[in-house]
Design a protein around this ligand. Structure first.
Ligand code: TXA
Ligand code: MG
Length: 335
């Protein structure tokens, strides 16, 4: 009997604790190709492979180091993706030709059940079209892909932001680490775990573009242009929308290019009249959980623009991942 993912369309919307993924078996090229086609994703952006056990993770890499093991024991299942040297069972299509593969174990019972039922690791990017807002509910995936993709409804995602992507490179006695994408698990917790295990490591900040192919300036964009106003900007006054700010946004939006790195920027059609304030909880975990759903509901009101006022409190480490997503989702940042 073929499994769900050995049957057309060879892909399924999979709930995880971070965001919904568009999943396919790593040994089913029709599924892997389907992911790129359905998402309209460029082939240079590699996929993350999801596992249900550490044993399964070991089959995907040629270097399951002590550091990888310690981090997996501490943070899996959970929102940490380890980028490690790939083994031959991972195809070049999945890794976009890179010699490394991103691996994680999701913390969601239905995702783990699906991986076990397939008996095979599953490649899954976030289940949104390339450059657009990530899905945190089954309804978001349905709205994006309609009948093209069956969806497993696992409720609203608990974390709400994509996993931390950590590049792990063995070098001599130690290990070089770099965070390619910030997420719920931060550098401090990773360091603490390795210190406790007495494993040598070093943080490396400069990573070549080739090693970090997903670093686009714009991503996660809602349908309506989002404007990010920095805390401390002269145009931000107690959260009120000043006429000078509206005038500046109007001019600057018109001067933006149509696309940046293949992602289409959102621009208002005419004069800015309807302005929606985008407000998040002051509690970072709640703000993260709500972010993508709120970007969608704000867009659905069809304002001309959505404005987010950064606050001083957003400067802390706990806000790093959320601010990364919000600034990339913005058409314009007002300093
Ligand atoms: O939380 C998550 O990670 C979600 C859920 C579904 O697991 N997945 C996700 O996948 O966010 P995606 O494809 O939207 O983002 C994966 C990111 C991309 O920026 C990609 O470039 C990077 O991970 N990545 C994947 N494999 C890589 C590799 N071998 N080297 C460097 N970066 C890699
Ligand atoms: Mg994504």
């Amino acid at each position: 009997m073929p499994t769900i993912l050995q049957t057309p369309p060879f892909v399924v919307g999979m709930p995880t604790e971070t965001v919904y993924g568009l999943a396919a078996r790593i040994d089913e090229p029709r599924g892997i190709e389907g992911i790129f086609r359905i998402k309209e994703r460029p082939f240079f952006d590699p996929l993350i492979v999801h596992v249900a056990s550490i044993e399964q993770a070991k089959t995907l890499t040629t270097d399951w180091s002590k550091v990888a093991n310690a981090l997996a024991l501490k943070f899996w299942p959970g929102p940490l993706t380890l980028v490690l040297p790939k083994s031959e069972i991972v195809s070049d299509l999945i890794t976009s030709g890179l010699q490394s593969v991103g691996i994680r174990m999701p913390r969601h019972s239905q995702a783990l059940e699906l991986i076990r039922a397939e008996g095979m690791p599953l490649a899954a990017p976030s289940a949104n079209k390339f450059g657009k807002t990530s899905p945190t509910k089954a309804a978001h995936v349905r709205a994006e892909f309609g009948d093209l993709v069956p969806v497993i409804d696992g409720g609203a995602c608990e974390v709400g932001l994509e996993s931390t992507v950590l590049l792990v490179k063995s070098s001599g006695a130690g290990c070089e680490l770099s965070i390619l994408r910030p997420g719920a698990i931060g550098q401090t917790e990773i360091s603490e775990t390795l210190n406790m295990a007495a494993l040598p490591y070093q943080w490396v900040t400069t990573v070549s573009k080739k090693e970090s192919p997903g670093h686009m300036k714009h991503h996660y964009m809602p349908e309506i242009p989002l404007i990010f106003v920095r805390a401390g900007s002269a145009l931000q006054h107690e959260g009120s929308v000043l006429p000078e700010l509206v005038a500046k946004i109007q001019t600057e939006l018109q001067n933006l290019p149509e696309t940046v790195e293949g992602v289409r920027l959102r621009k208002p059609q005419g004069l800015l009249q309807e302005i929606e304030r985008f407000v998040l909880s002051d509690e970072p975990a709640i703000a993260a959980r709500e972010l993508y759903a709120k970007l969608r509901t704000s867009s659905a009101q069809k304002p001309d623009v959505i404005i987010f006022f950064e606050k001083e409190l957003h400067r802390g480490a706990k806000w790093e991942a959320l601010l990364d997503r919000l600034t990339k989702a913005s058409s314009l940042i007002v300093e």
